[in-house]
Design a protein around this ligand. Structure first.
Ligand code: APR
Length: 246
């Protein structure tokens, strides 16, 4: 029944209270990207950056997955082929919903990274510039998230997945940040059927074969139901070759 690759963005976590970046009340209306999401911003004022991520880390720890996250977990469990979630989100809600093998291309709030020796360890809720690296002892700890101007994680693995995708779905992303915004084109070139599931058509909605608009907690479970019904029908047809395929 084919390989499914799903890209998720902040919109899938909006109904879990995590907020988004570019909506009317988004994070980038409250903070400057340059100040809190770039290496230069961290060098200039690491305390401000830690405060920004500490607030989000604590909010993420309290947040619960919603029906959209849970529907993707169900798809992973019941679809007769591989289902890989590639997320731009750093909130850990896919894992809380029971999904596995999630590729965090922008890193995770739950991770700490030492700028001195590249050691990674589980982040404490409250990080600060004085937090010493458990490996080298340097007080050069940063959140293990990918900032603007840095290379996202898992890109080679993601490229391989897109090149062998049969179905590519994008959930809750505005399609304004690359390289994630180009994934749909790479999947199409590989022959995948592509669908966007989003509150409103994104800037790249025209790149998709299908666009389903609405709240993620509604359109994602509906899409998963359709997919699994189709898979069951396909399997039934395979199981009973005499039955005419309607
Ligand atoms: N259900 C579905 N979609 C929603 C919902 C919802 N409840 N609420 C918002 N959306 C949609 C918005 O319409 C928008 O298209 O989610 C999208 C969120 O877009 P952004 O705020 O730009 O977030 P995202 O696309 O994930 O940003 C990508 O940019 O700033 C960087 O690193 C950051 O990972 C982030 C990346």
């Amino acid at each position: 029944m084919g390989n499914i690759v799903i890209l998720t963005g902040a919109g899938i976590s909006a109904e879990s209270g995590m907020g988004t970046f570019r909506d009317a009340d988004g994070l980038w209306t409250q903070y400057s990207i340059e100040d809190v999401a770039t290496p230069g911003g961290f060098a200039r004022n690491p305390g401000l950056v830690h405060d920004f991520y500490n607030i989000r880390r604590i909010r993420a720890a309290e947040a619960q997955p919603n029906a959209a996250h849970r529907a993707l977990t169900r798809l992973q469990a019941e679809w007769p082929g591989p289902v890989t979630i590639v997320t731009q989100n750093v909130d850990g809600l896919h894992e809380k919903a029971g999904s596995d093998g999630v590729l965090h291309m922008h890193g995770e709030l739950a991770g700490a990274l030492c700028q001195g020796c590249d050691h990674r360890w589980p982040a404490p809720p409250d990080m600060s510039v004085t937090l010493a690296c458990p490996s080298c002892g340097a007080a050069r700890t940063r959140p293990d998230v990918v900032w603007f101007g840095e290379i996202p994680y898992h890109m080679a693995e993601i490229a391989g997945l897109l090149d062998s995708a049969d179905i590519f779905a994008s959930v809750g992303t505005s399609g304004q940040v690359y390289p994630a915004a180009a994934f749909v084109q790479q999947a199409r070139e590989a022959g995948a059927h592509t669908i966007e599931l989003n509150l409103d058509p994104s800037d790249i909605a025209h790149d998709f074969d299908e666009v389903s608009t609405g709240l993620a907690s509604q359109v994602v479970p509906a899409w998963v139901d359709d997919m699994l019904a189709g898979a069951a029908g396909g399997q039934a047809a395979q199981a009973d070759p005499e039955r005419p395929v309607t």
